[in-house]
Write a protein that binds this ligand. Sequence first.
Ligand code: NZQ
Ligand code: ZN
Length: 394
Amino acid sequence: MNNFNYYAPTKVIFGKGTEEEVGKLVKAQGARKVLIHYGSGSVVRSGLLGRVERALEEEGLPYVALGGVVPNPRLSLVYEGIALAKREGVDFILAVGGGSVIDSSKAIGYGVANEGDVWDYYDRKRQAEDCLPVGVVLTIAAAGSEMSNSSVITKEEGGVKRGYKNDICRPKFAIMDPQLTLTLPDYQTACGCTDILMHTMERYFTNGGNMELTDRIAEGLMRTVIRNARILRDDPQDYEARAEVMWAGSLSHNGLTGCGNGGDDFMTHGLEHEVGGMYDVAHGAGLAAIWGSWARYVYQECLQRFYQFAVQVMGVAPEGEPEAVALKGIEAMEDFYRSIHMPTSFAELGIAPSEAELKELAHKCSIAAGGKKGSAKVMREEDMLAVFRLAAQR
Ligand code: NZQ
Ligand code: ZN
């Protein structure tokens, strides 16, 4: 097992009705004025925003609210949030929504707590020294941002989607009531399950060390998500399945499933971020559309892990050549994606990049990665282009 740091400081409050505790939780953080940040309307329609506002009022906590976050959250709204928070003397940000709202909240937190342009952090120009504290009321199980150190923002100019990681942005608390996810459109539920799986797969397909416990946790998580994603496809109102998926979403991206791997892969995420920036697709669907092409491109250089995945996660019989078993595992995963109506190619995702656009995607991806990325296989710009071409040809 490789050496590792595991840091998961977020307090988790999980279960039915837990959002009622939000006022007390914010107060316990010592907040004096709160920015409630939310998305494009689902929390207004469900009545959750009103309940959160009342809970703050009951604790005598003043607040301002800023909605309008969209999937692939935009830099322009982050700037707006920073200006509003500074003007109003906000000292705590409450994200009510999913990964996009949480990431936008983290970015506003960086912008308020530091001088200069917040995009510098996402552009790899400098490191943030501080971040306003962020709390979360989660409404979708997917990105894992409620416990992660990461924030992903899209700069409209040039369609550039970039992530920035820093432990200081990890949320102080995350309220997770699976009932809040019952209103999700089926497509978002499936995108969320895909993203959750991918966060563990990015840590599993590595050429790192020997990790027995981490592997069993990872495999158990992946099997659980696959099983419950199928249940939710057939019955979106199943509370138990919603709860399993929601908890998996946090554990999949808080570092737990990568302990001892010597470094994650995250190449599929790197490739998807470029596609999301240019075509504004849902993150989970973008990942599903790329993963099979990536896996076929790299599996021979990470054969033991792909073999283990096929047998332990996808239930492939360990018979015949390891390569054939590994390939069956990849095919089984793609069959699963199709079974929950996720795409497995660019055509199914609904995009048709030209050869010039594929080259632009690969070039931007290589710049974002600082030249190379990956562990299953270390990928450079020509490898990134090869995977994009595969996804475009299928
Ligand atoms: O905006 P509203 O109206 O709330 O609608 C949202 C949005 O359209 C809707 N939704 C959320 N909860 C709902 C609901 N609709 C009905 N009922 C509910 N309870 O779902 C749509 C998607 O929401 P979004 O927040 O975009 O989803 P997700 O959590 O998948 O976040 C995606 C973003 O997170 C980034 C992605 O790249 C993408 O930008 N990621 C962030 C990570 C992180 N910070 O650690 C890691 C991930 O790998 C990912 O890159
Ligand atoms: Zn993701």
